[in-house]
Design a protein around this ligand. Structure first.
Ligand SMILES: NC(=O)c1ccc[n+]([C@@H]2O[C@H](COP(=O)([O-])OP(=O)(O)OC[C@H]3O[C@@H](n4cnc5c(N)ncnc54)[C@H](OP(=O)(O)O)[C@@H]3O)[C@@H](O)[C@H]2O)c1
Length: 369
């Protein structure tokens, strides 16, 4: 394939026209050095991201903190090759510019949210048009940003990887987390029974308010005993597991024969020394590991399309049944370090949002910096 000069000039012209109101082609973003602590996060300037084929530039109003960001900051989870090295897997804002080969699904000025592979902790972010979703009228960007990564993960765990069936009882660990709080609501929508575990009364109560049919404190009680009592000895049909090693034995006891177990995080470690294979064999269990960030665009589009069809309309005002993102707190982008500290201390119930721009004026909160 040769270099297409006409397309290149077209793209540059589009960008220059669209950015004419921006004084420089620079933006602020949160910089870090891999291995640093939360106090190593600081605003710096860089060039606006360049648009690649079928990408859209979002004028970013809000992003959120995900566990992946804290791991990336610590140097344990680098961004996939070729993707933005800036932190942040969510964005919500306004379409600012589109690559010349975009298909017309989106236009300048649309209110959108997006699942990112990186780049959310910044004033602008470039994202493939296939992973954009519309923001419901009236929904603030600080709420919309709390949807893409954790809701799409929960949808993927239940419907793409977990084979969820109506009537299933689902054991959801970290029930007060971003993913857990979304999974509870998605289970209810699918006619299933969400049972959660969490480590504080506040999180147990929050999950119950969202509709969890049972909630157990994994720090003060043996959740497997409680689960077996609750299911009258049968065990749960599906486990959503972001804990791994430290919950493995109790998960084995909690799961029913021929149950499904989706592993998507290792908050409790990744090394076990138990007889996992013989127990898997005896119970004929299916264990599936999954990550969303490293998936190809086709897979992400499939998840986004399914979620847009099945769930997105239910975020609208007056929808019935209705769903909502659970938000812990909102920090200005410049205080990303404080939000990381809160997440690493497991203090957040729901999402930690980072606000980039004023909702009403669109002005960056960080202009004076
Ligand atoms: N595979 C994927 O594609 C994917 C995508 C998104 C997220 N994730 C994973 O999903 C998990 C949840 O993410 P999130 O952003 O929703 O997290 P979050 O809101 O920060 O919540 C995580 C919660 O997990 C609990 N926890 C922490 N360490 C624990 C341990 N050792 N044992 C049991 N519970 C523990 C804590 O609550 P308690 O107070 O209840 O202990 C903590 O607040 C993370 O592991 C993340 O990496 C995976």
């Amino acid at each position: 394939m040769g270099f297409d000069v006409v397309k290149y000039i077209g793209a540059v012209t589009v960008l220059l026209t669209r950015y004419s109101h921006v004084m420089t082609l620079e933006m602020q973003y949160v910089a870090f050095t891999a291995g640093c602590g939360p106090d190593g996060l600081a605003l710096q300037r860089t060039l606006l991201p360049a648009l690649r084929s079928r990408e859209v530039l979002i004028r970013n109003f809000a992003t959120t903190v995900n566990r992946a960001d804290t791991l990336q900051r610590r140097g344990l989870y680098p961004s996939p090759p070729g993707e933005s090295a800036i932190l942040g897997l969510d964005a919500a804002g306004i379409v600012e510019a589109l690559a010349p080969d975009c298909t017309g699904s989106w236009k300048q000025g649309d209110r959108v949210m997006a699942l990112l592979t990186g780049g959310g902790y910044a004033e602008y972010v470039a994202v493939p048009e296939d992973v954009l979703m519309a923001v419901s009228p009236g929904m603030p960007f600080t709420s919309a940003a709390a949807i893409p990564e954790v809701w799409l993960t929960a949808y993927q765990l239940l419907h793409v990887e977990g084979g969820l069936k109506r009537g299933d009882t689902v054991l959801i660990h970290a029930g007060g987390s971003g993913v857990g709080s979304a999974a509870v609501q998605l289970c209810l929508l699918a006619g299933c029974r969400p049972v959660i575990t969490a480590g504080s009364q506040e999180k147990l109560d929050a999950a119950r308010r969202l509709g969890a049919v049972a909630a157990f404190n994994y720090k003060t009680e043996d959740f497997s005993e409680k689960v077996l009592t609750f299911t009258e000895g049968r065990g749960v049909d599906l486990i959503l597991d972001c804990v791994g090693a430290s919950h493995y034995e109790r998960n084995m006891k909690s799961i029913r024969i021929e149950g499904r177990w989706v592993l998507y995080g290792l908050l409790g470690g990744g090394t076990i020394s138990g007889d996992i294979f013989s127990q898997m064999l005896r119970k004929r269990i299916t264990i599936t590991g999954t990550t969303l960030r490293a998936r190809d665009l086709q897979y992400k589009k499939r998840v986004v399309d399914g979620f847009t069809r099945d769930v997105l309309p239910l975020f609208s005002k007056g929808a019935s049944p209705a769903v909502k993102p659970l938000i812990d707190s909102v920090f200005p982008l410049a205080q990303a370090g404080e939000a990381h500290t809160r997440m690493e201390a497991n203090l957040n119930t729901g999402k930690l949002v980072l606000q980039v721009r004023d909702e009403a004026t669109g002005k960056s909160l960080h202009d004076e910096l």
